[in-house]
Design a protein around this ligand. Structure first.
Ligand SMILES: [Zn+2]
Ligand SMILES: [Zn+2]
Length: 192
């Protein structure tokens, strides 16, 4: 059975970002026999997920919504992508969030979410850098998907290193270190 990760657009933004991400993810996960597809219909952003005091969206609530929305589909994994600033719990902001695969609820698919808002140089009033932006989107996507494959944060030179700031994201590679790579391989091998 081929494992397909579905990329789910949430809210409005240029679809080419998703296409580029998909093609890059295919390359990065080829050796794991995981493929990627874009879900045709986007999920709209809802006011109930917006915190007007913080002026941010609630990542946890959106994450649950994606899983709920897609519960009938037999998706292996879903990665939601949105172009809005998100927060989670007590954190001021998060680049992304993932469900814990150990607590899979009923038939809900395991989902992860990334926000591309803070990955743009423009957000920090610096000149646009598209190549850098795309690389950051790819890194955040791989990192959150890594969590859905049961990988924890890692202190090696590794994509699973925790990013507290954009500099952390820029300083880590887009690859799994040897240890995480092996854990991922064995996790996927033991899935039914
Ligand atoms: Zn993480
Ligand atoms: Zn690692």
């Amino acid at each position: 059975m081929q494992r397909i990760v579905y990329l789910q657009q949430i809210g409005d933004f240029n679809e080419s970002i998703l296409l580029r991400l998909k093609n890059q993810l295919i390359g990065e996960f080829k050796e794991f026999d995981i493929s990627f597809e874009i879900v045709k219909d986007e999920i709209p952003l809802e006011e109930s997920d917006y915190d007007s005091t913080r002026r941010q969206y609630n990542a946890t609530s959106i994450l649950n919504k994606i899983a709920y929305h897609l519960q009938e589909k037999q998706y292996f994994r879903i990665l939601g992508i949105l172009n809005e600033d998100i927060f989670s719990g007590s954190l001021n902001f998060v680049f992304g969030l993932a469900m814990n695969p150990n607590v899979k609820i009923l038939s809900f698919p395991i989902a992860a979410l990334i926000s591309i808002t803070r990955l743009r140089e423009d957000f920090y009033r610096r000149p646009t850098n598209n190549a850098l932006f795309e690389l950051r989107v790819l890194k955040e996507a791989i990192h959150e998907l890594g969590h859905t494959f049961r990988l924890k944060h890692c202190n090696n030179y590794c994509i699973m290193k925790f990013s507290n700031s954009l500099r952390d994201t820029d300083n880590k590679p887009k690859k799994f270190c040897e240890s995480c790579h092996n854990k991922l391989k064995s996790y996927l091998n033991h899935l039914e």
